[in-house]
Design a protein around this ligand. Structure first.
Ligand SMILES: Nc1ncnc2c1ncn2[C@@H]1O[C@H](COP(=O)(O)OP(=O)(O)OP(=O)(O)O)[C@@H](O)[C@H]1O
Length: 599
């Protein structure tokens, strides 16, 4: 039923807004909120736009809450009665027009379809004898039917395409038959409404299935289409109709049921890739969830491993794998920082590299080290849609292997639109030089103050170089956000975990190196430089390219599930443009973010 939404409205007063306005003096009187704040709120809630938005919100909420149900299932009959009654009403042109309209085959078909849909009568009546899709058969001796219809042998007709049955089957040791273990929401079995968990399958298309395995039956059923007759013994417990869950998750791993030996029915499994957002429609089974890919409204529901099953599988896989992730972090490749925290905070090129190597950062508290040593097992992350805010921008975090061009991209964005982009001012414990200004190059603070900040988790990343501490604080990032600018960050990948917080809400872009041939050509053309410890520079070499690709693929292995976008830095002009497009979209379109960021 349509929702009427009258917004004619210069004089419209929203009741909720009115209530809020009348309660504002309490804020002033009892809580001491300043008068000008109250005046601002009063003006805001009286504004026409605010009231319209509140009304829209309420209407949308009502639509969401409303369970749509038909007013009648008999419009065909009503239309026939109307037709009969007005036929004798003379020559009134309106009556003539209505009679013509009601007599049209298209209109009659439309009314007929309405009644069919309202009665949820979707199944063609193919059975010649009973005209029904399910009929009871006389019980064979020893079969005891019960009053609720369970324990009866029934012959049913299932209508489906060449799609999986939409149910998983299992062997019942006691009865020696194959029975339905679960019904997948929205699948053929579920749509039919006549197959239930616990039903035993006796025959398919007139053939006994007594000697067949569940897999064989499932495969045969997948291949069949049209009206498939099945003889079943109704199970002893009926499926309770489940409501579809609203949960959405982002998958942190690739999954293909064909390669999953544990999947009870690979045909009923759902394939997905790392980063896909999935709609979890049912978690009824603690080991196997039912899901479909988000955005595919008519998409197939399939089985995926539940979180705890995937965690268990992953632990076992890691245990048996030579490539155990826990040993990865100790195998630091040439040129990679094995440190926990940031590479490159200083603003001057002279002190930029190597300063955050762990061998220099003697002051790293154990507590923080441990935080990073505990490796979470990436399975699923519950997500929800975040609506971009016109005044508060998510910081853009560029991640990538050393030398891939993150700082070059940042520099280009900053000069492209200095009013929109800003980088953070880092903290340091070193002494200010004469040409430097506090809070411009660095926030200059005493060493003890920085150490306290580190212990109190005020820094996203930090490190030590030549006896001085350097670090990026949450406060610096917040300060850029609060000025309505897009904060650009190039932290070490290991800082991602700390950055991914509700208050920062970072948008993570992976800057990916192009293939080695393209790296060689583009970097040599631009005489790309590698900066060494102490600030010296030299031309990037072929060996650096190999390192960049090795470290890049290691970063992808470990962190790809956290990337919101990937930009390949082949041609720098093209990559900058692509990054600008990504950021532009970020400001306009809703994004899936961890659910806890929005609560
Ligand atoms: N697409 C490109 N084509 C050619 N040269 C590039 C390209 N991107 C970056 N460069 C050059 O490569 C060098 C390294 O780039 P940059 O310093 O931005 O790397 P980075 O990712 O910030 O490295 P690090 O993380 O180690 O600081 C610079 O000389 C830069 O101008």
């Amino acid at each position: 039923m349509p929702v009427t939404l009258s917004l004619k409205t210069a004089q419209y007063i929203d009741q909720d807004a009115q209530k809020i306005v009348s309660g504002l003096p309490v804020l002033h009187g009892e809580y001491g909120v300043p008068g000008e704040h109250i005046a601002f709120l009063r003006k805001f809630f009286r504004a026409h736009d605010t009231q319209t938005i509140m009304k829209l919100y309420r209407k949308l909420y009502m639509v969401e809450c409303r369970r749509v149900s038909p007013l009648t299932r008999a419009v065909v009959g009503i239309a026939a009665t109307v037709y009969r009654n007005i036929r004798s009403c003379g020559d009134n042109p309106l009556v003539c027009e209505l009679l013509q309209l009601l007599a049209k085959p298209n209109m009659q078909a439309l009314l007929y379809s309405h009644d069919k849909i309202a009665s949820r009568d979707f199944t063609p009546q193919l059975h010649p004898e009973g005209g029904s899709d399910a009929r009871d058969e006389p019980l064979t001796p020893g079969e005891n039917g019960t009053e609720d219809g369970t324990g009866h042998v029934r012959v049913i007709q299932l209508i489906k395409d060449r799609e999986p049955l939409g149910a998983t089957l299992q062997y019942n040791d006691e009865s020696g038959t194959v029975q339905i273990a679960r019904v997948l929401m929205g699948g053929a079995a579920d749509r039919s409404g006549i197959l239930h968990v616990g039903d035993e399958i006796l025959e398919v298309a007139g053939q006994s299935v007594r000697d067949k395995t569940p897999d064989q039956i499932a495969t045969e059923l997948t291949k069949m289409s049209g009206a498939i007759s099945m003889k079943i013994l109704s199970g002893t417990h009926r499926l309770i109709t489940l409501r579809e869950s609203k949960m959405r998750v982002r998958a942190f791993f690739d999954y293909n049921p064909i390669y999953d030996v544990l999947n009870p029915c690979p045909e009923a499994g759902l394939t997905f890739c790392r980063g896909d957002v999935l709609h979890i429609v049912s978690q009824e089974d603690p080991w196997w969830w039912q899901a479909r890919r988000e955005g595919e409204r008519t998409g197939r529901t399939g089985l995926i491993p539940a979180r705890q099953l995937q965690e268990r599988n992953e632990i076992i896989r890691r245990y048996h794998s030579d490539d155990d992730v826990t040993t990865c972090s100790s195998r630091s490749p040439r040129g990679t920082s094995p440190c926990r925290f940031s590479p490159r905070i200083p603003r001057t090129r002279r002190v930029r590299r190597k300063m955050y190597q762990s061998q220099h950062s003697g002051g790293t508290p154990d507590l923080l080290r441990r935080e990073y040593d505990v490796e979470d097992i990436p399975t699923y992350e519950e997500v929800d849609l975040y609506q971009p805010n016109a005044d508060v921008f998510r910081p853009v975090v560029l991640i990538g292997p050393p030398g891939v061009g993150r700082h070059e991209l940042k520099r280009r964005l900053l000069s492209h639109d200095p009013d929109l982009f800003e980088e953070v001012v880092p903290y340091t414990s070193r002494r200010k030089k004469t040409h430097e200004q506090d809070s411009r190059e660095y926030h200059f603070v005493p060493r003890e103050e920085m150490e306290r900040g580190i212990i109190n988790h005020r820094f996203v990343e930090y490190g030590e170089f030549k006896g001085n501490l350097y670090g990026t604080s949450y406060a610096s990032i917040r300060s850029v956000i609060s000025r309505g600018k897009i904060c650009l960050l190039c932290p070490h990948t290991q800082a991602l975990k700390l950055l991914r917080s509700p208050e920062i809400k970072p948008f993570i872009v992976y800057v990916k190196p192009p293939p080695i041939e393209v790296l060689c050509i583009t970097r040599k053309q631009m005489r790309a430089m590698k900066t060494l410890e102490g600030g010296a520079t030299r031309l990037i070499t072929d060996e650096d390219f190999t390192d960049m690709l090795t470290i890049g693929s290691r970063i992808e292995d470990k962190y790809a599930h956290l990337f919101d976008a990937v930009v390949i830095n082949d041609d720098i002009v093209k990559a900058t443009k692509q990054l600008l497009i990504v950021i532009h979209e970020l400001q306009r379109r809703p994004q899936w973010v961890p659910l806890h960021w929005l609560r």
